[in-house]
Write a protein that binds this ligand. Structure first.
Ligand code: RB5
Length: 169
């Protein structure tokens, strides 16, 4: 996997972001898209495009996570009812580094130290105003790239490679 960690390039790319939600995050996603566009972000919506009560978060979160991993969008926001399922699903995609975020410290530290590229939110837990604050912190944070952070991430990437070879890919 080729993870881009060029901070200058990242500043350019971060304007284009992706978002996805199941029924549990549908309402929050709608508000966030409007607010993010208003402040100048290009937002790719990976669905759900309509509210369907029984829909499944992997159907929306996995395409978003793949787009983040391929660099088609700089960062992702994945929402389900609690944010847990979205996080579980996103982290199955090699190159995706997702976490459920409910506090401001983790919103920036997760990027600075761990190069988090997908923030997960609970649509039934986090309100619109707090979600927007957390997203703003997340999008403005940059990976620090210190040797110890790179070393830890290379261990995670090595595991992804082993898992891919188990799967015969
Ligand atoms: C849907 O009802 C709910 O289970 C889902 O949105 C999410 O919270 C899973 O983690």
């Amino acid at each position: 996997m080729n993870v881009k960690r060029n901070s200058n390039k990242h500043i350019m790319e971060v304007l284009r972001i992706g978002i996805a939600a199941d029924h549990g995050g549908f309402e929050l996603k709608k508000h966030l898209i409007a607010m993010l566009k208003e402040i100048g972000y290009e937002v790719m919506d990976f669905g759900a495009h309509e509210l369907v009560a029984g829909d499944d978060y992997p159907d929306f979160v996995i395409p978003l996570a793949r787009a983040v991993a391929k660099g088609e969008v700089a960062r992702g926001i994945a929402i389900c009812g609690s944010g847990v399922g979205a996080s579980v699903a996103a982290n199955k995609v090699p190159g995706a580094r997702a976490a459920l975020i409910t506090d401001s410290f983790s919103a920036h530290q997760g990027v600075e130290d761990d190069d988090m590229n997908i923030m997960c939110l609970g649509g039934r837990v986090t309100g619109v105003a707090l979600a927007m604050d957390l997203i703003t912190i997340f999008l403005n944070a940059r990976f620090k790239g210190d040797e110890r952070f790179m070393r830890r991430l290379s261990k995670v990437e090595a595991l992804e490679k082993v898992n891919r070879s188990y799967a015969g890919k």
